[in-house]
Design a binder for this molecule. Sequence first.
Ligand code: HH2
Length: 260
Amino acid sequence: MGVVNVTPDSFSDGGRFLDHQAAIAHGRSLVAQGADWIDVGGESTRPHAEPVPVDEELRRVIPVVEALSADGVAVSIDTRKPPVAEAAVTAGARMINDVSASLGAVAGATGAAFVAMHMLGDPRTMQADPAYGDVVAEVRDFLVDRADAAGAAGAREVWIDPGIGFGKTLDHNLDLLANLDALVATGYPVLVGTSRKSTLGTLAARADRTATVPPAGDRLEGSVATATWSLLRGARMVRVHEVSATVRALEACDRVLAAA
Ligand code: HH2
């Protein structure tokens, strides 16, 4: 799944694809690089992000969803708002990717597929002091609850996503990635998004043996490594900014697996 953020403030590419034509061209380019899905979002959910009004989010995403869908691209809409999800499905989106895991009924009513992602709190406060008893069990139980509800509401296909970086410390993120099998064992297809996230910046600084955390656009190695790890551990899709590098890494792994 390739990411197209039609936002001025996304943590890794804010402002680059705010213009509709730039966003559409970027989506097409990610498809050419091998993305099976394009995830279009009009509201940053990075830590401390402020909510975007519905009208503005619609203005940002709908022309992009329409144009890519008209090309035959499988588009998911990354939103927490029912009116945006509904309008995007009308414009051609086939999946609702919801970081609040609260739009299962909208997916059911519109006939779209649904991604339930785990987040602790909301983007404004989620990184304040996230705490869990057992992060893997709590995230799994929350996701199964939301996924079951979406299925009962009629969602066509339901995915779960641990929400790397959404109300989680470095150790929580690592614990979730190390124990993806607990999510895979639920039977729901698992989506994982680690791409360019701050956990990878921290790990890159450690690898470099410096205190300097590389900016989001310079976290490719960790992004590709954790995407590959996730798929090898049973995830069925990864959400990435750098599609070509990810596809190349996966192709190499596939070849090794085929020869094993
Ligand atoms: N991460 C982001 C946004 N949406 N959706 C799912 N299912 N999983 C994720 O891990 C996930 C997501 C954050 O990344 P990005 O869209 O690049 O940044 P921003 O929220 O600042 O726009």
